[in-house]
Design a binder for this molecule. Structure first.
Ligand SMILES: Nc1ncnc2c1ncn2[C@@H]1O[C@H](COP(=O)(O)OP(=O)(O)OP(=O)(O)O)[C@@H](O)[C@H]1O
Ligand SMILES: [Mg+2]
Length: 415
């Protein structure tokens, strides 16, 4: 067997990248079942939501792949129930950046982007609409800019409004495939004003178009705040992605080791410890896995042990492997060992809402912990803790909370 290289080891985990390879995708079987049922249900849309970094884009990409007939993941996850189903959707994927401010921008993007509808249009009129949208997108403000509305209708010779043009294109494109279109809109939460989507979907009711909205939110209502109509349209295929189970985190580790043909292994106690530390955050599983594996590789051993994991956690805290979370940590703590103690006390309590007194018990040597708690609520220190009334606090971000807990103190404990 070929010798393991550093390149192999570095790429076994991928903290910075969404999963695209089904062999690397772990867990999420329950949610997969639900999403596939929604794919099969006529007229149902899909809505995937959860915390930042919890795996929404990776998950929705796999669903889109199955929808377009690439079913390798069904074997990889042993989802044999769906093996005999045929999926034949055209799948389109748009990720909303901050420049997509409203529904019209989104429509414009879907008409002009190379990943959008263009490839699937056959009729002369829809080709013309797309060409006009492309030409028009070069105009400052673009086709979606409200001030240019009258110009849009001038440019499109058929005198259709932008919405009507879009419907025309969708109707044309859906004919190219028996299941029609699955339109994946990732980072939907970044659209400042998504109003109009409910009525657009109503107008498209007879057309084979399924929308899959994906975004950061605690619940469906937060993601599709527009109005109840959109919530109803999305409710059949609403799929919350919770933090992963420990067994799913361990599956991430196993799949990484498999990708190296098991030429290096991770000891069982390390797997269990990483699962405990991650609190269901797949990003942290990749981060901790990656640097533990590298440490083991550097020391020439063929099994990752607890020492390698400990070294990895310290090096993450000191060597800048993870810039974003580490910068937040440093901003929150700044130059105060006391503030670090208070921050870590809140992070150590394994509940979302934490009573102040419970955290204070964990820092008996701090004179006035309330002062530091006050800091941790301020923007200056990143406002990582949020006041939940009656002396309860909650972390703004569960991923950051798990990161604090998993990595060692930056100030030494006597300071
Ligand atoms: N099912 C999974 N199996 C293995 N790794 C996963 C899985 N889901 C997510 N990951 C990993 O977790 C990290 C975050 O995943 P992803 O980017 O899909 O999350 P997200 O919820 O879309 O994040 P954001 O909120 O930033 O858009 C990536 O490193 C990805 O490789
Ligand atoms: Mg994402």
């Amino acid at each position: 067997m070929k010798k393991l290289t550093r390149r192999d080891v570095i790429n076994a985990f991928q903290p910075a990248k969404e999963i695209t390879n089904p062999k690397r995708f772990a867990g999420r079987r329950k949610q997969f079942n639900r999403a596939l049922e929604a794919l099969l249900a006529d007229g149902a849309h899909i809505c995937i939501y959860g915390q930042r970094g919890i795996g929404k884009s990776s998950f929705s990409r796999q669903i889109a792949d199955v929808a377009s007939g690439e079913t390798e993941i069904l074997d990889a996850l042993n989802l044999s129930e769906f093996k005999d189903e045929k999926f034949n959707f055209i799948t389109l994927r748009i990720a909303c950046e901050d420049s997509v401010v409203d529904l019209e921008h989104l429509i414009q993007r879907s008409l002009t982007s190379s990943e959008g509808f263009a490839k699937w249009t056959k009729s002369e009129i829809s080709k013309k609409i797309i060409q006009d949208a492309r030409d028009f997108s070069l105009v400052p403000g673009g086709i979606g800019a409200k001030t240019h509305h009258h110009e849009v209708t001038e440019v499109i010779p058929t005198k259709l409004s932008l919405i009507e043009s879009f419907i025309e294109v969708v109707k044309d494109a859906q004919k190219q495939s028996s299941d029609g279109i699955l339109f994946l809109i990732d980072e939907f939460d970044r659209i400042k004003d998504p109003s109009g989507l409910a009525s657009l979907l109503k107008a498209l009711a007879g057309v084979n178009l399924k929308v899959m909205l994906v975004g950061v939110a605690d619940n469906l209502k937060d993601l599709v705040a527009e109005h109840e109509s959109l919530q109803r349209q999305m409710s059949e295929g609403a799929i919350p992605l919770p933090p992963m189970e420990d067994s799913e985190v361990i599956e991430i580790l196993n799949k990484a080791v498999n990708s190296l043909d098991n030429r290096i292994s991770i000891s069982e106690d390390v797997k269990i410890k990483i699962a405990q530390l991650c609190k269901g955050q797949p990003y942290l599983a990749h981060l901790f896995g990656k640097y533990s594996l590298l440490d083991a590789f550097r020391s020439g051993t063929s099994e990752v042990n607890i020492n390698h994991l400990d070294n990895a956690l310290s090096s993450i805290a000191t060597e800048g492997h993870e810039v974003q979370l580490e910068e937040r940590y440093r901003r929150a703590v700044a130059s105060s060992a006391q503030r670090e103690t208070v921050l870590r006390a809140f992070a150590a309590i394994n509940r979302d809402k934490i009573h102040n007194s419970e955290a204070y018990e964990l820092c008996p040597n701090i004179d006035q912990p309330g002062v530091y708690l006050g800091h941790l609520r301020q923007d200056k220190y990143g406002a990582e803790l949020i006041d939940r009334e009656n002396r309860y606090h909650e972390f703004k971000d569960a991923l950051f909370k798990a990161y604090i807990n998993a990595t060692p103190r930056r100030f030494n404990s006597s300071s």
